[in-house]
Design a protein. Structure first.
Length: 122
């Protein structure tokens, strides 16, 4: 079930969870800083995990985590859609997928789909 929050403090967001599982997808359009990917790059040393990814539908993408929990099935990908805007996607895999699926690859795939949907609507 999707749970939208258009008034979230960091910007509009929506989260999907599978039943009562902790697994899910969280998509946010952060507007708290309006700095696109600049803030991530400026603070990249603060992240335990930081990796540039191939462009997502033509936009620069980065996988990152303050505390690297990829082995636990967690990863976040942010795509810079302009100098001021970005899309942030966090994926938390279900227990049956941890160790079987790369969470950053899953987050990248979701992010690419989200960007594709945004482009199609504009």
């Amino acid at each position: 079930m999707a749970t939208p929050d258009l008034e979230a403090s960091a910007g509009p967001e929506c989260a999907w969870r599978k039943g009562t599982s902790v697994s899910g997808i969280h998509v946010a359009l952060p507007d708290a800083t309006n700095t696109g990917l600049r803030a991530l790059y400026a603070n990249r040393d603060a992240y335990e995990y930081f990796e540039e990814l191939p462009p997502a539908n033509g936009y620069p993408a980065v996988a990152y985590q303050l505390d690297d929990n990829r082995a636990g099935g967690d990863c976040t990908v942010r795509v810079g859609t302009s100098d001021e805007t970005s899309v942030n996607v966090n994926v938390l895999l279900g227990e049956d997928k941890v160790g079987q699926v790369d969470p950053c690859e899953a987050a990248y795939e979701v992010t690419t789909a989200v960007i594709g949907n945004i482009k199609a609507r504009n």
